[in-house]
Design a binder for this molecule. Sequence first.
Ligand code: DGY
Length: 414
Amino acid sequence: MTMTVELDARAKEILRGNDRGGYTVPTHGLYPYQWNWDSVFSAWGFSTFDLPRAWVEIETLFASQKADGMVPHIIFHQVDPGYFPGPDVWQGGGEPPTSGISQPPVAAILARLMWEGDRDAGRAAITALYPKMVAWHRWWMEHRVVDGVAVVTHPWESGRDNCPDWDHGMAGVDGSNVGEYHRRDTGHVDADMRPKKIDYDRYLAIVYAGRSMGWDQARVLAEGPFLMTDPAVHFILLRAMDDLAAIGRDLGQDVAEVEGWAETLRAAVPDMWNPDLGAYDAYDLKSGQWANNLGTGAWLSYLAGVENAAMDARLTKAWDKVRYGIPSADPEGATFNPKRYWRGPSWAVMNALIALGFQRMGHEAWDARLRRETADMIRIGGFAEYHDPLDGSPCGGANFSWTAAIWLTWAGRD
Ligand code: DGY
């Protein structure tokens, strides 16, 4: 097992090594651009040893905010043929060009932690960022909330690309007409750890549909081929609203609008409860079916201050089936796979978000257990993109920025 001091040094080296000047790539090769939520986690990691660099990361991300407030999920700073689909496929506009969808809105959550760590150093940055974060949250409320519940229009918008949550919605997407294309991810990473070709065909079909609408987000929502509620994004957005309101209050802003959004999201929480599953669940708005998957969405409820005693026992039972952190899919589910991306592996970054929830709800023992398991997993498997939750072995890309960041901010701390 590697020592903490060595891992601290290695984590910093990874963040420095993935720094492309103002923005950080998730990892060299597999992901050569700026990804929205990866970038915010990188900023959080940088904040432990280079606070000015941390704020620059978020500023660079928000520099690509669209006129309607959306902060895109990928910013293609420098064209790199090692990634597909690139800016020519997305046609999301912007300079630098971007994708046409967003990603889970973690910025306000982590920016608040960074700011509260050193208010003087962060005051100018947070003051400039605040109205931009408000505009992004407004975009979510206008374009990605249906009847009070957060939705995603593409599995990539959830950040959990191939998790079982999306199986019903994906089954309704026709991927048969996307033509020939050359995936690059499987040239970097073992194909058994990545989504399947049938998934990629459908991912592309959804991109082509949005592109054909000129990424008019009202049309993407109303007419796109995929639309599912996402409890994970819902709870992240709700927590981010609470944090944004807290930031705004500290800055002397009128936060009534932000509080109103939080109220709307909070009031809709019971609508995400699937009684058959006994947990918060994703729902396919196209086919009218619950995902019936005990997944990340349920685990993230604590992050938003939501607790449900009926669910706790279900969740801890699932957790007890693995050894290293929270599995991204139910270990007792029929399609559980400990190595395939979001269909079972443990993600240090998700464990950290879930732990923020445990801290909020006073679940100290769970927080300590999750931190210990995540630290052990990193000691065994290194700074991998994600890990096998049964044996801690590394999966996906190596030298990953967000896993390094989670080590520095939480998993590697006593
Ligand atoms: C990918 O390419 O795997 C990404 O998750 C898309 O955002």
